[in-house]
Ligand binder design. Structure first.
Ligand SMILES: Cc1cc2nc3c(=O)[nH]c(=O)nc-3n(C[C@H](O)[C@H](O)[C@H](O)COP(=O)(O)O)c2cc1C
Length: 374
């Protein structure tokens, strides 16, 4: 029976347990995307806290793909030296670290980039700003940018890379019929909508070599953002498996829905744990590529069940590790009390204000108590 605290390998890379820190934007890079000492310390704390594999926040592979302020960049060789300090520190703490490679497409923040956004088709973003539809040449150049970014990540000492093809960003936009109304070989049936994802994968594989781990994060289905359905996910996963991807992380856009509700109201998520369990089961019935499952996992017994029952091969956490970076070591020591994280997304606010990602729940509780007293 697979166990949470056994070591496993992804493409020959040994990972000491089955816990993964899911990619998390922290708002701690410099304004132009360099890795800072603060970000290095934040990531290192996770390695010290027992996480087997850490995935960085989404790093943009090209300037016009920047989604958020103080986001990591990987679009230039100048960034490598500071990133090397991060990977060295993680390795010194006994951890492993992958860089997540991303392009925001039509969801890029054009106020930050000053460049017209691109997408599969002409679309308006949430601010009403229109993007331009990509040509074949644009698609080729984007795949090349992902390849170059992966080479930089490898030079910076990362143990692997993760392609971000979920959460409404560029590659997800191609996958989603709501965003992609192309009639060429990049639009229409799922094999066509997935073509750019495969192009990106092949470019990275070609540029980094056969031994370098390359994994991907995809939506289990689109709930709010588009019409990428579970069968599309299964078809996409099959294409990626055939192409040789080393692991697939199943996510979704549900937390984006929660975010808009809960950040404004400061509400805890009322959804039960393991948001994408149903889709994971369908994946496991069909696929052999290792599955990383993320979304609302907060309890040790649930994490254990996921692995023991073969629901997924790896348990991936984001918000519980913002609340408690040493959660994994605590669980390992036998104190298996549930994470105190309530998945309310309030941690995003200070990061958006340039104060860096941190859990504000304790403070929030204090404020509530004070206001109740008055
Ligand atoms: C503050 C914050 C930043 C995030 N940044 C990223 C990111 O850079 N890349 C990504 O793929 N997902 C990102 N996510 C989504 C998480 O990786 C994860 O999929 C989601 O939070 C659900 O997992 P959880 O319930 O363990 O938090 C972010 C989520 C939060 C709350």
């Amino acid at each position: 029976m697979p166990e949470l605290f056994e070591s496993t390998k992804i493409k020959g890379l040994e990972i000491k347990n089955r816990f993964i820190r899911s990619a998390t934007w922290t708002g701690m890079a410099s304004a132009s995307g360099y890795c800072t000492e603060k970000l290095t310390q934040f990531i290192t704390r996770l390695a010290q806290g027992g996480v087997g594999l850490i995935i960085t926040g989404h790093a943009f592979v090209r300037r016009d793909g920047q989604a958020a302020p103080w986001q990591l960049a990987i679009d230039s060789d100048d960034l490598i030296d500071d990133l090397r300090k991060m990977t060295d520190a993680v390795h010194h703490a006994g951890g492993k670290v992958f860089m997540q490679l991303s392009h925001a497409g039509s969801r890029a923040d054009t106020e930050l980039t000053g460049i017209k956004a691109i997408g599969p088709s002409i679309q308006r973003n949430a601010k009403g700003i229109e993007c331009r539809a990509m040509s074949d040449r644009d698609i080729e150049e984007i795949a090349a940018s992902f390849g170059q970014a992966a080479v930089r990540a490898k030079l910076a000492g990362f143990d692997g890379v993760q392609i971000h093809a979920g959460h409404g960003y560029l590659l997800n936009q191609f996958l989603s019929p709501r965003h992609n109304d192309r009639s060429d070989r990049y639009g229409g049936k799922i094999e066509n909508r997935a073509r750019i994802v495969l192009d990106v994968y092949h470019k990275i594989r070609n540029d980094t070599g056969d031994a370098f781990p390359v994994i991907i994060k995809i939506n289990s289905q689109d709930h709010a953002i588009g019409e990428f359905v579970v069968n599309d996910m299964l078809d996409l996963a099959t294409l990626l498996q055939t192409a040789g991807i080393d692991a697939i992380e199943l996510s979704g856009d549900r937390h984006h829905v929660n975010r808009s509700i809960s950040t404004s109201e400061g509400m805890a998520s009322t959804e039960k744990e393991v948001y994408y369990a149903r889709q994971a089961k369908l994946y496991k019935e069909k696929m052999i590529t290792p599955l990383i499952l993320v979304g609302g996992i907060r309890s040790f017994h649930i994490a254990k069940q996921i692995v023991n029952d073969g629901v997924a091969d790896y348990v991936s956490l984001c918000r519980p590790l913002i609340r408690e970076p040493a959660l994994i070591n605590r669980w390992k020591s036998g104190n298996v009390q549930k994470s105190a994280c309530i998945s309310d997304n309030l941690c995003i606010k200070p990061a958006l204000q340039g104060r860096g990602l941190h859990c504000v729940a304790e403070k929030h509780k204090e404020i509530n108590l004070v206001s109740k007293r008055h």
